[in-house]
Design a protein around this ligand. Sequence first.
Ligand code: AMP
Length: 211
Amino acid sequence: MVEQLPLKQTVAGSSPAGRTKNMFNLIIFGPPGAGKGTQAEIIAQEFNLVHLSSGALLRQELDNGELGAEIKRYQDAGELVPDSLMVTMIEKAIIKGLNKPGFIFDGYPRNLNQAKSLDEFLNKNSLEIALVLNLDLNKDEAVKRIMLRGQTSGRSDDNITTIENRFETYQKETIPILDYYQTRNIVTNINGQLLIPEVTEQIMAVLKKLI
Ligand code: AMP
């Protein structure tokens, strides 16, 4: 594990301060069941990044009265919780981690509005997204993994009906984000169909060139 991230690439320019802070921020992207959480955990450990999982942040609120009940309704329907709630939650979490070497966003952003507001917020803090790792795998494999996870996860949305809706939401709302980042040339495709250590190996090869 490293304490500091000596960046091989310095990014200049877009922030109000005229340069970006010495942080490395990336997004791990992919359909439900792609292994985003598993890989994010490994990367976060290796590079001392803050692992920001929007799904986990929401699940932490499930016992929280009305708010928890509302979150559960969206999660069980396989729909996105409203941006107003999600954006505030993520911004609070970012502020808490600003003294760390960087963030790995897992499950966030999930639609174009979230992507744009994340950029705006990062920019205000002289930060930016340096990389999007796109875990590519087919739906059959993803469904298989979620069903397997459902046996132990205790998650009420790891069932076949909700999974179908989660995939639909992904296709309709989340996939368009890839274009948004592709125009900035920061997307790297990873074969997510392979075993966990093989996926990790591909990711590490990419990251070690950048960090
Ligand atoms: P995940 O743990 O990433 O699979 O997310 C589980 C569920 O939490 C999703 O199906 C959504 O209902 C909700 N969720 C997670 N991340 C977001 C997000 N960025 N925006 C809106 N809803 C989200």
